[in-house]
Design a protein around this ligand. Structure first.
Ligand code: FPP
Length: 259
């Protein structure tokens, strides 16, 4: 695409299920931890690219609620990688106006991860260039169950009328709706076609993009391909193509310069 001509609509919020670290390692005769190590390099590349392109918000599914059940040694290695990422990328995140946030049960993270995480979130809180959200100890079903619990508590306390509960009410109990724009594009690597308990509520109208590439192989060019693919999609939100011609649907910013 030529810069400035026919700019493609850019998703307001991209989520990525970074899958295939283990299979990539096995295919290269390496231990699983080496796959996660290389996956961490892809994280750096993709965050940098998303910032450069102008994606307003990026969520990376870095550790699921279910990942705690992996062998303790692998959990330990993933926590070490997270800690290292937070320390090594601190200045790049701050220098590039990136605001770091999280979704998930971060209270479960060990203190040596939580401390640099909380510190960097506070230090970057006023940045406006891009939101980088790490989904950590995150489960979509767990988030919805928590929202239900809180709504029930509010109903018991008399501050929420159950007959008034709407889509907007549920949304207001989900942290993602307070912290992030609407999820427009969900990317999953490694050829698996599943949501795997990621953003269950939030994917309602997200465009899904699957690639055979394993996460350690995912490059800036792959991100650009996904964004170009997104730009071609007709998003009808339950309406017809004819209706779309007559109205402007909510769309992301238009940005040229993805090439
Ligand atoms: C899935 O691959 C990946 C994970 C469970 C962890 C993702 C972590 C990283 C990319 C590195 C650290 C993250 C940050 C933010 C620095 P898998 O292990 O399930 O792969 P497999 O399905 O091939 O076994």
């Amino acid at each position: 695409m030529t810069e400035g001509v026919n700019p493609a609509p850019l998703p307001r919020h991209v989520g990525i299920i970074m899958d295939g670290n283990g299979r990539w390692a096995r295919a290269h005769g390496l231990p699983r931890e080496e796959g996660h190590e290389r996956g961490s390099d892809s994280v750096r590349t993709v965050v940098r690219a998303a910032r450069r392109i102008g994606v307003p918000a990026l969520t990376l599914f870095a550790f699921s609620s279910q990942n705690w059940d992996r062998p303790p040694e692998e959990v330990f290695r993933l926590m070490e990688l997270l800690r290292r990422f937070l320390i090594q990328e601190r200045s790049e995140i701050l220098d590039n106006g990136i605001r770091l946030i999280t979704v998930g049960d971060t209270e479960r993270l060990p203190p040596h991860v939580r401390e640099p995480l909380v510190e960097l979130m506070a230090a970057s809180a006023h940045n406006e260039g891009m939101v980088l959200c790490l989904a950590l100890s995150y489960g979509g079903r767990e988030m919805i169950a928590k929202a239900c619990r809180e709504m029930c508590q509010a109903a018991q306390a008399g501050t929420l009328d159950p007959s008034e509960v709407s889509v907007e009410t549920v949304e207001s109990y989900l942290p993602s709706s307070k912290l992030l724009p609407q999820l427009d594009l969900l990317i999953r690597t490694s050829g698996e076609h599943r949501i795997s308990n990621f953003f269950l509520w939030e994917t309602a109208y997200a465009e899904l993009y699957f690639t055979e590439k394993m996460w350690p192989e995912f490059t800036e060019e792959d991100l650009v391909s996904a964004l170009h693919d997104f730009a071609q999609r007709e998003r009808r939100f339950g309406r017809t193509s004819d209706q779309l011609e007559d109205e402007v649907l909510p769309a992301g910013r238009s940005v040229a310069g993805m090439d």
